[in-house]
Design a protein around this ligand. Structure first.
Ligand code: WQD
Length: 327
């Protein structure tokens, strides 16, 4: 049987796809290549297409004997989602609805969904548990919450079961240096730190150092992308063993500040990270990091890689792939 991986040509999708294959599962990747890269798919079976193309999805599921899905495909730029909400609701929400409709029709009933801690917005309490009230502060986050809710209704009305994984801050690259994110299109901290330490940008801009945190800079939960991948494998196993639908945080359970990331990068690389301090970025909470009890208890999963592993793998990847997979 085969695992369908939507968005499997992307940063997290490609690393997860390769790990799933390494467990002996067959996969088939469905990706428009609008943001993903064909090279990232490697020699995995690949179909270029859209999750909203229900006939294509049904055909791929039948031809490849798909019996489970990991659903990554989505637009994920927070800022863009606020400038072009229609693009995000159409692609992420309507596209996912059409995907689930097609899966339901061909009897594929196990889905692992790529959600985000972004739905917590500015959490009242940290660490954040899954019971925290969603407080979406972007269209992007709202689309992810809407898809979670769609899956919950499919669970109540059909045989479909799912695991929604709320990612905290995915970072780092494949330890073997062959897969990683394309820093040309990322607004996230770690790629920006890598550009500064490698001289690809004049300096890192630190968005605010007046937060109510130990060193005044923003605190987040940075999880190695390979630990994120193992969480998906654990979620698939849980569903294969008839686990009930559930939503889980995926993080380390620890908060790390921007300054701590800068210092870790200087320690690991032996190079200086030039930076300047600017005002806070709109919508940035002071702190957001995960309570991970549920995923640890349900799946027996926990992260194994350190912050230094994140920094070292990101540095190796960006050093050898300044143009992502176009390098
Ligand atoms: C992290 C920290 C910034 C860049 C976002 C999305 C979330 C998820 C992960 C998809 C903050 C600071 C950043 C920079 C900085 N994406 N920073 N200088 O905002 O926590 O989460 O990405 O699922 O949905 O919201 O991540 O990496 O942008 O910021 O000082 O150049 O680094 O202020 O404190 P964020 P981030």
């Amino acid at each position: 049987m085969t695992t369908l991986i939507t968005g499997g040509a992307g940063y997290i999708g490609s690393i997860t796809s390769r790990l799933i294959r390494s467990t002996g599962r067959a996969v088939v990747v469905l990706d428009t290549l609008e943001n993903g890269h064909r090279k990232a798919v490697g020699d995995a079976p690949f179909v270029q297409g859209d999750i909203a193309d229900t006939e294509l999805v049904e055909r791929v599921c039948r031809e490849h004997q798909v019996d489970e899905v990991v659903h990554f495909a989505a637009y994920k730029a927070v800022g863009e989602s606020m400038e072009n909400p229609a693009k995000y609701f159409q692609n992420n929400v309507t596209g996912s609805q059409k995907l689930f409709d097609a899966l339901s029709r061909v009897g594929v009933n196990r889905v692992v969904f790529s959600s985000t801690a972004g739905i917590y917005g500015t959490p009242e309490v940290v660490p954040v548990t899954e019971q925290a009230e969603p407080r979406c502060e972007s269209v992007y986050a709202e689309t992810k919450l809407m898809i979670e809710k769609t899956l919950q209704w499919y669970s109540r009305t059909t045989n479909m079961r799912h695991v929604s994984l709320r990612y905290f801050n995915a970072a780092g690259a494949a330890t073997d240096g062959t897969l990683g994110e394309d820093w040309r299109f990322s607004q996230n901290l770690i790629p920006h730190v890598m550009k500064a330490v490698m001289g690809a940008s004049p300096a890192l801009t630190v968005f605010g150092n007046d937060f109510p945190t130990p060193d005044g800079t923003g605190v987040r939960d940075y999880i190695h992308v390979e630990d994120l991948a193992t969480a998906h494998v654990a979620a698939l196993e849980y569903l294969r063993n008839n686990g009930d639908s559930v939503t889980c945080n995926v993080g380390t359970g620890f908060g790390t500040s921007v300054m701590e990331i800068i210092h870790a990068t200087e320690r690991v690389t032996g190079k200086n990270v030039p930076y300047t301090v600017a005002g806070r970025r709109a919508g940035d909470p002071a702190e957001c990091y995960a309570d991970t009890q549920r995923i640890q208890q349900l799946f027996g999963w926990s992260p194994t890689r350190s912050l230094d592993d994140i920094i070292a793998s990101a540095f190796a990847w960006h050093s050898s792939h300044p143009l992502g997979h176009d390098s």
